[in-house]
Each structure stands twice: as C-alpha cells, then as structure tokens.
Design a protein around this ligand. Structure first.
Ligand code: AVI
Length: 321
C-alpha cells in the first residue's frame, strides 16, 4: 500500500535543547522543567490516554462544543482557507472540522516528530482532497511555519487549552506570533479551559487510574533514556493541585526521601519533600481570556461553551492595523 504524500518541514529540537533546559531547570530555584518535554512518543501516547479518563472532562467537552459549532464556524470563516493546527498530536479534533470547513490546505504543527508524521499521513490518506503539510517545530520559541504565504485566508487552530500551559505573558507572545501568521482579518480558533469548582479541577489532574501520574513521571523516564543519568523515575511521586491565586493547576514531581541524581556529570541533591515543578495549566474566565487575547491583537468574535460552562471554544479575529 502506498504511503500518502505529505510535505514535511523538520525543525525538531535536538537532544542538546533537552540537556541545556534540564540542567538549567534543575539548577534554578524552585526547580522546574518545561512541560514541552513531556511529549516524546510515549508521553504523547500517555496524553492521549489522559484524554480518555473519566475525570479529564476537557477533551470530550471540547469535542462536543466543536461538533455543535462547526456549521457556524464554517459560515464565519468561509471555505478554502489554510488551516494551521498547533500542537496537532493525534489530529483527532481537526477531523470534526474538515468536512464542513473545507480548507484548501492543512499544516499540522507539533514537537513530537514520529507522532506528527503518523497522524498527518493518516489524515492525508483519509482526506485525499486536502493538501497536507507537517511541521515539527517547537512553537514555544518561534512560530516558524513554511508554505503559509501561498494561501489566502488563514485559520489557526489551537485546541485542548494548551494555551493554559504558558505563563500569561508567554501566552500573549505566542498569540502575537499567531496574529502575525494569520495576518489582518485572519482567525484563531482556540480551546480555553474555564475556571470551575476546585474539586473538579483537582480530580482531572489526579485520575484514579494513575495515568496523569505516569505521564508526569515519564518526563524523568525520557530524561533517563536520552541523557547520561543515574536516576530512578519511580522514586518521584506525582503531585497536582489547583492554586487559586494565580488560577492554575500545578504539577510537580516530589521526592519522598533524600536522594541524589546525577545527570550529564552534574549532581543534584533532593531533600525529602523537595520537588520539580513540571507544569502549570492556567484556567480563565471568558472575560480574562478576552483581555489576554486583546493584548495580542485579537478580538473575541464568538465564544461557544458547553451547558455546564466547563470549557470554551473561542473564535478570535485579528484586528486590522
Ligand atoms: C496539553 N495540556 C493542555 C494538558 C493540560 O490539561 O494542561 C496537559 C495535561 N497535563 C496533565 N494532564 C493533562
């Protein structure tokens, strides 16, 4: 069977980025490692499994909203756009849009190379009328996506509330990059998780099956596999909680005992109870997010939510000038 053709742009971050950021992050206080390193192949599979956990309401709620809003979205955006999906992962959500939106081209952008190639190839096979591109890019640094100029109207799609994994100032910078890419009058369709009772949030990041814990610990498994290390990933515990003042879920890996790690010839001492901050996941009200998007040059054109107001899908338009 022939493999469907996709156009591939490869700017995968190398192991030197991982080495530098891990050593810097473990030297800093508090210790931290960027959540973008969760997504090696196993991490991407674990994230997919998180999305199916009963406590993790985000994915099914967002997909429900997308199913109901796609007709109106297609009317507002019009056909023959270039659809650029950021953090495309398994490309599950974009499939809900393609038939009604009828874009000319699709660019899947993700940091996880093998996962990106597999999912964009599958998409190209399933939608033969669509010109499919894949760009392996760390878009947290720079939104460097080729092939965009050839297309007219652009719609960026950033689902899953991944915007919540950026500090608010970084989120504005990233959305400014998206605003530059889509140009005046261009659109951004973005999933944004909403503020809600703390018990619902805490359960979503502490699923009973322990998948989120394994996803968190997989960061250390990846470091252990890719760098020269003496460390035991199982000697760290998953800890996630909602911190109401910044309005975010925090994930940490905590060492329950005193221990020493060695990574690339450097030693790192952990006291009992000391941890590594691995992720923030900011939650917003609709108005808070509107203000953030406004700082990046976007206006909220339409906001869809589910009946329980757990999650929002927001169509933003880039203001002219
Ligand atoms: C990708 N991102 C939006 C997820 C979130 O909810 O912040 C990552 C995640 N971390 C733990 N569970 C899911």
């Amino acid at each position: 069977m022939s493999v469907p053709a996709i156009r591939f742009y490869d700017a995968e971050p190398g192991v030197s980025d991982l080495r530098r950021e891990v050593l810097d992050g473990l030297t800093a206080r508090p210790r931290c490692i960027s959540p973008k390193f969760f997504y090696d192949e196993r991490g991407s599979q674990l994230f997919d499994a998180i999305c199916d956990q009963p406590e993790y309401y985000q994915t099914r709620t967002e997909m429900g909203i997308l199913r109901t809003c796609v007709g109106e979205l297609a009317d507002r955006v019009g056909p023959e756009c270039l659809l650029v999906e950021l953090g495309s992962g398994a490309s599950r959500k974009v499939r809900l849009l393609l038939e009604q939106l009828r874009p000319n081209g699709y660019v899947g952008v993700d940091i996880s190379r093998e996962f990106l190639l597999a999912s964009t190839r599958k998409l190209a096979g399933d939608y033969p009328w669509l010109e499919v591109h894949a760009a392996c890019v760390d878009f947290s640094h720079r939104l460097d996506i080729p092939h965009c100029e050839a297309f007219g109207h652009k719609l960026a799609f950033f689902p899953g509330s991944s915007i919540g994994n950026f500090e608010p100032g970084e989120a504005v910078r990233l959305m400014q990059g998206i605003a530059d890419m889509v140009g005046p009058g261009g659109h951004l369709l973005i999933g944004v998780d909403l503020k809600k009772p703390v018990s619902v949030l805490n359960a979503a990041y502490n699923d009973a099956a322990g998948v989120t814990g394994e996803f968190n610990r997989n960061l250390l498994r990846r470091i252990d596999a890719e760098l020269d290390c003496e460390l035991d990933p199982d000697s760290f515990e998953h800890y996630a909680f909602y911190n109401p003042n910044p309005g975010r879920i925090e994930m940490h890996l905590v060492s329950p005992r005193r221990q020493r790690l060695r990574i690339e010839g450097r030693e790192f001492e952990f006291d009992a109870g000391e941890g590594i901050h691995t992720e923030n996941s900011y939650k917003y009200t609709v108005d808070e997010f509107g203000a953030l998007a406004g700082r990046a040059g976007f206006r909220q054109e339409k906001v869809w939510t589910d009946a329980g107001r757990l999650f929002s899908v927001q169509l933003l338009v880039r203001e002219a000038g």
